[in-house]
Design a protein around this ligand. Sequence first.
Ligand SMILES: Nc1ncnc2c1ncn2[C@@H]1O[C@H](COP(=O)(O)OP(=O)(O)OP(=O)(O)O)[C@@H](O)[C@H]1O
Length: 252
Amino acid sequence: MIHLKNIKKTYQIKKDEKLEAIKSVSLKVEKGDIYGIIGFSGAGKSTLLRTINLLEKPDEGEVLIEGRNIMALKKKELRHMRQSISMIFQHFNLIHNKTVYDNVSFPLEIAGIPSVKRKSIIEECLSIVQLEDKANQYPSNLSGGQKQRVAIARALATNPKILLCDEPTSALDPQTTDNILSFLKKINQELNITMVIVTHEMDVVRKICNKVAVMEKGSILEEFSLSDNQYNPKSDIAKLIFNKDKRMILNV
Ligand SMILES: Nc1ncnc2c1ncn2[C@@H]1O[C@H](COP(=O)(O)OP(=O)(O)OP(=O)(O)O)[C@@H](O)[C@H]1O
């Protein structure tokens, strides 16, 4: 579904200083996966995620979505392709002077969907995240969890195949985090949307991901499936993910 091939990204941080944010990374995400990318701050997680929809254009490598190299697409084709790849962010990125309804409407307007058709789509997306009663509210009147649910509704409006999540719960308390994760899981299962989630929270990985890549200093240290009980974790992060799992199983 998503295949990143030998992706490299270097930033020019000063006139004579470059930073290799991504060092030849390859990654495969299968249809239906909830794929976690975990690592410490500065590891390159967000940069890698943003190459999937070319918000960040790699210096080298290929980004294949369902077998098509999207780096070779013309502007109009890329715009169309991007409608099938939505994204949510740590700080929600809602439009503050628009109501909840109008925030969800926004990507549909950009996509040129007429207002008669928009109404039913918006209502359906708001009902998925159980926010029908907040349609006329402004973001400033909502809690963090509600704001993220509006962002999820907005992300669903264009009927995406892929949802990219950049630290979706990092600004939320543990209980609200669980609530958002359960919505994401439901969307993955019921709407069959493939997800890639960047996080530094091990609990997020444990709770909803089926596969994980551990990143450090622009490289992937290891990749594994969370259901692989025979897997021998190498990095400290992976060891912690598995140890906690064992404790959780023992506690049950
Ligand atoms: N636009 C940019 N210009 C220059 N350097 C950048 C830019 N974006 C990211 N970087 C640098 O690239 C490296 C990787 O950043 P990135 O945000 O991808 O890491 P991350 O693992 O997502 O970290 P965090 O969890 O803190 O967001 C960091 O050293 C960061 O400072």
